[in-house]
Design a protein around this ligand. Structure first.
Ligand code: SER
Length: 946
């Protein structure tokens, strides 16, 4: 194969490879299943779907039945542990597609190996001489198949240890086992250029690039539990995985996965965008010198687009934070191409065109994905310039001091003020040869958490007596329509005193002449955001409050110096504001819907509008039942779906009243009031209100009531969510419910323990809920059906759990009965020491109670009995030694026996001479422990007999 240049056609396109894969395994009777989402359904221990097998964990465990015992997939995967390497190397990707074939209790090693060989050599046309394989240390069987059946010479088979040839589990428990990997020899010439430190190790499993692993065949034989213990699986399975982009690169003899056709289309689009977005409008061409930024953008754009498409939105915690890191890292690398504008969102169309044919949902959501990406990029770019400037200064300072460590306080400043994810700072510092002091960074984080907690309690907004302002200089609010604005700092307040300047690290209030920041009022919380000055001052606003006509921007000066009289740029946190407006407008619709459903006696008595939820108190004498709540919720969602205009006007109060605008109970109004109307002539709602609202009811997105309670006599309280918070809420509830149903079905399986399902009992729950909230919630009117669907599932689960509990009890007593009935047989088999019979037995699946009953029964029947019993129980292995009075009199000491043998099962316990017990960890040594106890007991007894 000739090395492909950029313009030359590639022998294998990714599309052709996907097709070949599915066709080949269809010929081998595999059912093709679609890729699962990037959020692993019902597996909270795993951040993302990292392999093809993730969606099949329950099939391997045997707790769910697969639709076919042979399955093939092309799975979208996200792996973010090596994020810092993406761009630097030829093959690291965060997002990639994995080709996989699976067997659940059907074929095993032989077919997996033969088919991997057949596909590699016959379909992909790889020269057999170039294929090397590895097997697990003691896997003679796999080696024999490779060598004797396939004909791979022994010198091309290597045995490797756990690090290379053992796979799984994905997450903290699940299927795992030895594996066998296929490598392609790219030729000795690679060795001359690769960077491996040890040329002799430049082989299979080494770090060199000559032998490139392209397919992993996992032979699932075990289930690893959360404590790390291995249990044989009820049935063996096959899980293979092959990275699509990597295979294509190898087949086309390309150095890098980024040179495969689909990746190249994204790279070309980035080249085009540089011409559009660079200040000098020149087109930057992908070349060895700039490959890192191109690759980072290509990979990160794919990862972010697919993640957002699957409902993982950039955020401050968990999965959302990982996506935020990816987007921010990309934004930083874009600068190396001279691009200072948001760019990822501009790649979404290209990505949707490329992947749409395989992932239609991605194409459907392209507009939403682009919107979210853009918002996130803009937010970050807003401070990135300043942040990078500050970083340069800090690096120079460190260099001057000849430091090896980058100060933790500075890493924290970059994180807290400029939004640099810590991993990004680590990467940038490393480039400059510095290690970040993480211990100090963590300490700063902790300090900040404490401060934030303290600040939220501190609400003293008293103005100092020496405030150099008169009330005629009241702050002008200019933030209904614009998130930004220029303003002058009229006064600064620190520790209750008026000051001329604030310096870095100081907290206080800033009063401006005009501001886009909304000060808390009418239930709506104040805005957060930033004030920056041309001289480099950055004041982080955490809250905005009002005192008289003055707006107090409350927060901390993060860097620089802020003086009275400085001109500042004010910029509110737009995402937060968007949450506030959605929840505020939803509150108005809710108010209206409540009056329609319950009557005109409903008056608003309290309201809280936060960015992420709303609370609404109103006068009503009794609980609002579920039917009425559903009606109210549906009415709000209908109003949202009408996509009606929202407008505001200032009117003389009488004119406002005449229009039918609703006033809030207990509020004082001036001669003129602001009226917010929704729908034609306020048909959906018309209220006196000074707050911030969406422009169109459709912008609210969704509405959902989460709680109805009472804050005090004669009043009711509703808590509800709007917009994305509804999606997030349903996603969390769905994850929880999926996990519960999964756990329930596993319990059923255990309780039945092979017994037939009792007739007429719907014990197993069929789970027909969607995995993704976003898939079920396309329009506001979908909220109620999804909610009802989930409620119905909860009810079924509750019922099934009651029946299951009964069944578990029956199963337990059946098992207990079974050992109970064996008392005679056990006595007959006992060994005697003088007049005492020593009974020993080990049982599976019991509990302490049934074992004790068996002991009592033996004592009752025997007279002169020591019962040395062991069992596996739901809580682990258990030893229970009992002796009757006669045996104790003759020298038997159950407690001593426990002390002597509990160690064998890795546990401890104690008791009295007539009864003692111990729990432990190693069930496989129960037999040994009981045998040892028996040996000692016989000695104890014969000693006493002498
Ligand atoms: N689960 C294995 C892997 O991820 C094979 O699919 O490599």
């Amino acid at each position: 194969m000739k090395k492909t240049t950029r313009s030359a056609a590639q022998t294998w396109t990714l599309a052709a490879l996907r097709k070949a894969w599915i066709e080949f395994f269809a010929e081998k009777q595999h059912m093709q299943l679609p890729s699962a989402g990037l959020i692993p359904a019902g597996d909270p221990t795993l951040l993302f779907t990292t392999a093809g097998m993730v969606q099949f964990k329950a099939y391997f465990a045997g707790t769910e039945t697969p639709p076919s015992k042979r399955v093939a997939t092309i799975q979208k995967c996200l792996r973010t542990t090596d994020l810092g390497n993406v761009g630097r190397t030829d093959r690291h990707l965060t997002f990639f597609e994995m080709l996989g074939n699976f067997s659940f209790g059907d074929y095993f090693k032989r077919e997996a190996i033969l088919w991997a060989w057949e596909f590699s050599t016959q379909k992909l046309g790889i020269d057999p001489e170039r294929i090397y394989v590895s097997v697990y240390l003691d896997d003679d069987e796999a080696e024999a198949i490779w060598h004797k059946e396939v004909g791979v010479p022994l010198e091309r088979i290597k045995r490797l240890g756990k690090a290379d040839n053992w796979w799984g589990p994905a997450g903290d428990s699940g299927a795992c086992g030895p594996c066998s990997e296929l490598y392609l020899d790219r030729g000795p010439q690679i060795c001359k250029t690769c960077n491996c430190s040890d040329k002799s190790a430049c082989g299979l499993g080494g770090e060199g690039d000559r032998f490139m692993e392209y397919w992993n065949l996992v032979f699932n034989q075990f289930h690893q539990d959360t404590s790390g213990k291995l249990h044989p699986l009820p049935q063996t399975g096959i899980d293979t995985g092959s990275g699509l982009e990597r295979v294509a690169a190898l087949l086309n003899n390309l150095d890098s996965v980024f040179d495969t056709d689909e990746m190249r289309r994204i790279i070309t689009r980035i080249e085009d965008l540089t011409a559009e977005l660079r200040a000098d409008k020149t087109r930057v061409v992908y070349a060895p010198a700039n490959k890192e930024p191109f690759r980072v953008l290509t990979d990160h754009a794919r990862a972010a687009a697919f993640a957002i498409g699957d409902g993982i939105y950039p955020g401050a915690t968990g999965r959302g934070y990982v996506i935020r890191r990816i987007i921010r890292r990309a934004a930083m690398f874009a600068r190396e191409l001279g691009v200072f504008e948001p760019i990822l969102f501009r790649l979404v169309d290209t990505i949707a065109e490329i992947y749409g044919p395989f992932y239609p949902a991605l194409a459907d959501k392209r507009a939403d994905i682009a919107k979210r990406l853009r918002l996130e990029e803009e937010r970050f770019l807003h401070t990135l310039d300043q942040g990078l400037g500050r970083l340069d200064e800090l690096l120079a300072e460190h260099k001057r001091g000849d430091a090896k460590t980058f100060r933790g306080d500075d890493a924290f400043l970059l994180y807290d003020t400029f939004g640099f994810p810590i991993e990004m700072t680590i990467e940038l510092a490393e480039k400059a040869g510095l290690q970040v002091d993480m211990a100090r960074f963590e300490a700063c984080m902790e300090e900040q958490r404490k401060k934030a907690a303290a600040a939220s309690r501190w609400k003293d907004l008293t103005l100092p007596a020496d405030l150099p302002l008169k009330s005629d200089r009241a702050t002008q609010f200019a933030g209904y329509d614009s998130p930004t604005g220029k303003a002058n700092a009229l006064a600064l307040i620190r520790d209750g005193k008026s000051v001329a300047a604030l310096s870095a690290g100081e907290s206080g209030f800033v009063i401006l002449d005009r501001t886009p920041f909304y000060a808390e009022g009418g239930g709506q919380q104040g805005d957060a955001g930033q004030l920056t000055s041309g001289a480099g001052a950055v004041f982080e606003v955490s809250d905005t409050q009002k005192n008289g006509g003055f707006f107090l921007h409350i927060g901390e000066l993060k860097s620089g110096v802020l003086n009275v009289g400085d001109e500042v740029s004010a910029h509110i946190d737009e995402e937060r504001r968007q949450g506030l407006t959605r929840h505020h407008s939803a509150t108005h619709l809710l108010n209206n819907a409540l009056r329609a459903a319950l009557g005109d006696h409903v008056l608003q008595t309290g309201s809280l509008v936060a960015p992420d939820y709303l609370r609404f108190d109103f006068s009503h004498p009794e609980k609002v039942d579920a039917v009425a709540l559903a009606r109210v919720e549906a009415q709000v969602n209908t109003a949202i779906q009408k996509a009606a205009d929202v407008s505001a006007e200032v009117l003389p109060i009488e004119a406002a009243r005449k229009k039918g605008a609703v006033a809030t109970f207990g509020e004082k109004y001036g001669a003129e009031v602001r009226v917010v109307s929704m729908g034609d002539s306020g048909g959906l709602s018309i209220e006196f209100c000074g707050g911030c609202h969406v422009r169109n009811t459709g912008d609210i997105g969704f509405f959902h009531i989460t709680r109805e309670t009472s804050p005090g006599a004669g009043n009711r309280r509703i808590e509800a969510l709007a917009g994305d918070r509804v999606l997030e809420y349903f996603q969390e509830s769905l994850n929880e419910l999926h996990a519960k149903v999964g756990a329930h079905n596993e319990r059923v399986q255990r309780a039945l323990d092979g017994a037939p399902v009792p007739e007429g009992e719907a014990l197993y729950l069929k789970n027909d809920l969607p995995d993704l909230a976003a898939a079920a919630l396309k329009r506001a009117s979908d909220v109620l059906p999804l909610h009802e669907n989930m409620e119905a599932m909860r009810a079924r689960l509750q019922n099934a759990e009651k029946r299951l509990h009964k069944l578990e009890k029956e199963t337990q007593s059946r098992k207990a009965g079974a050992i109970f009935d064996r008392a005679d047989e056990l006595l007959a088999a006992a060994e005697s020491a003088g007049e005492i019979r020593v009974v020993a037995g080990v049982f599976a699946d019991q509990d302490a109670d049934s074992l004790r009953k068996l002991g009592d029964r033996l004592k009752e029947k025997g007279r002169g009995v020591a019962a040395l019993l062991g069992a596996t129980t739901a809580r682990g292995p258990l030893l229970l030694y009992m002796a009757d009075k006669k045996a104790v009199d003759q020298g038997l000491d159950a407690a001593a026996l426990v002390r002597a043998t509990a160690g064998l099962i890795g546990g401890g316990g104690g008791g009295r001479p007539d009864m003692a017990q111990a729990g432990g960890k190693s069930a496989e040594r129960l037999e040994e422990a009981v045998a040892e106890a028996k040996r000692i007991a016989l000695t104890q007894l014969s000693g006493a007999g002498k």
